[in-house]
Design a protein around this ligand. Structure first.
Ligand code: SF4
Length: 450
């Protein structure tokens, strides 16, 4: 009997999607997924390196492995994701001696083989069979989170080299999946009841698949000569039954007119997440983000001209190397000008191996970083509370993803969390909810039609 496994996932949606592939890969080899770490024969940690705190969590877990290995001497521990991908000099591995296998995400296809080499009781070589014959890890079918929502990876890796970011080192250069594969995967999930997809890529709106001249329809009105992202969005909009398309994360440099036009296609969610990182041109330059605050603001204006009610979110890093008070104030003023609905705020932390770690000093004190973070957090909470009032009295379309003791919840097309009284049979359904109260992070309402 093959052994059982538990996967623990940290970090972004791409990692979650990768874990869905991992789960399917191991299940196809006959392994069983289980809940408790103490019952597992294989523990896989899909790690994140975006901030030092994310890596520190893995080092914390490592302390507990000793006890788990004492209880089960045959336990195999594997690490994938960003920590495995960026560990070119083996320094991370040195700090995790109880880990048996390190494999970068792209090497997932070889995992069954490596597990059976390590321990034949865990995985019989015969069960490995064709699993190692995938030409690329994105060819592995995921086990989706549920039947009505699916992450669809359209590319992996990044060529941008923002100076604070480890992704180009951990995931390598951008590789775009063939459009035919993406369209086929979406058709398949929709045929099985999926109504909402999230397209994933590190620079998702820069998409140039190898089959762009053959896989897209001749009547596709979007330009495909340079960037095919708009054309892909149009193509997916033609799939009957698919009701919601969301994507993350786009890069401001590639928010061209075609991509902006694609936001107005009928099935696109009424939400855009566009990371700005800083409102200061000097800081953006040090971050190697090749756009200006002016370009960003004009882009947001164009988006709102096309989709006047769209909700917009962003990512901001405060306290990047050399960020002066004036430069931070430029971020505050950009925030006000763009009137964001939400921002994911991070205090800069140096990541070894990145451009910033070699070029600049992490010279903003923790106290100043925290103070700047608090200023933006307060601004965000005030802004979103004010903006959410506009939904009171309107009807929101909610995709219900949870229901507990008669309290249903799900996201509106603007990615606002909505709570209302309902029943479990609403899970996975699109329900119209009349909003009667709005707080910062939750809209409350009652069912108007189902
Ligand atoms: S665009 Fe920049 S922040 Fe995003 S993954 Fe690439 S290097 Fe990292």
């Amino acid at each position: 009997m093959p052994g059982n496994f538990k996967i623990t996932t940290f970090g972004c949606q791409m990692n979650k999607s990768d874990s869905e592939r991992l789960k399917n890969l191991l299940s196809r080899c006959g392994m069983q997924e289980i809940e408790e770490e103490s019952d597992a024969d294989l523990l896989v940690y899909n790690t994140c390196s975006v901030r030092q705190t994310a890596e520190d969590r893995m080092y914390g877990i490592h302390h507990n492995l000793e006890e788990l290995k004492r209880q089960n001497p045959n336990l195999v521990v594997a690490i994938t994701g960003c920590m495995a991908g960026r560990d070119k000099d083996g320094k991370i591995r040195e700090r995790l001696p109880l880990v048996d296998l390190f494999f970068p995400t792209e090497e997932m296809v070889y995992l069954p083989q490596r597990l059976s080499e390590l321990n034949q009781k865990l995985l019989d070589p015969q069960a490995v069979g064709e699993q190692s014959e995938y030409s690329h890890y994105l060819k592995i079918k995921p086990t989706y989170q549920n039947t009505f929502q699916a992450y669809i990876a359209i590319s992996n890796g990044c060529n941008k080299f923002c100076t604070y970011c480890v992704v180009p080192y951990s995931r390598g250069r951008q590789k775009d999946r063939p459009a035919a594969d993406v369209i086929e995967e979406v058709r398949e999930v929709v045929a099985h009841g999926c109504v909402e997809i999230t397209l994933l890529g590190q620079t998702v709106n820069l998409y140039n698949p190898p089959d762009k001249t053959t896989a897209l329809r001749q009547d596709n009105p979007f330009d495909r000569s340079k960037n095919c992202f708009g054309a892909l969005m149009w193509e997916l909009n033609q799939i009957d039954g698919l009701r919601r398309i969301h994507f993350t994360a786009p890069h401001p440099q590639h928010m061209d007119d075609e991509t902006i036009a694609a936001l107005a296609l009928p099935n696109h969610m009424n939400y855009l997440h566009l990371p700005v990182q800083s409102g200061s041109n000097a800081v953006l330059k040090r971050m190697n983000r090749p756009y200006t605050r002016e370009h960003y603001i004009v882009t947001i204006k164009k988006v709102r001209e096309k989709c006047p009610d769209i909700a917009i979110g962003t990512d901001i890093i405060v306290g990047f190397c050399g960020e002066t008070e004036e430069q931070f104030e430029e971020t505050v003023s950009l925030y006000k000008e763009c009137d964001f609905d939400i921002a994911y705020l991070a205090m800069y932390s140096v990541r070894s191996g990145t451009g910033a770690s070699k070029l600049y000093k992490d010279d903003i004190s923790r106290v100043d970083k925290k103070r700047r973070w608090n200023v933006l957090q307060k601004l965000m909470e005030e802004t979103v509370l004010r903006k959410n009032q506009r939904y009171v009295g309107t009807t929101a379309e909610v995709l219900v993803d949870a229901c507990e003791k008669g309290l249903c919840s799900g996201n509106s097309r603007e990615m606002k969390r909505v709570h209302f009284r309902g029943s479990e049979n609403m899970i996975g359904k699109l329900v119209n909810v009349k909003i009667n109260r709005a707080l910062e992070w939750i809209l409350y309402g009652s069912v108007s039609s189902f």
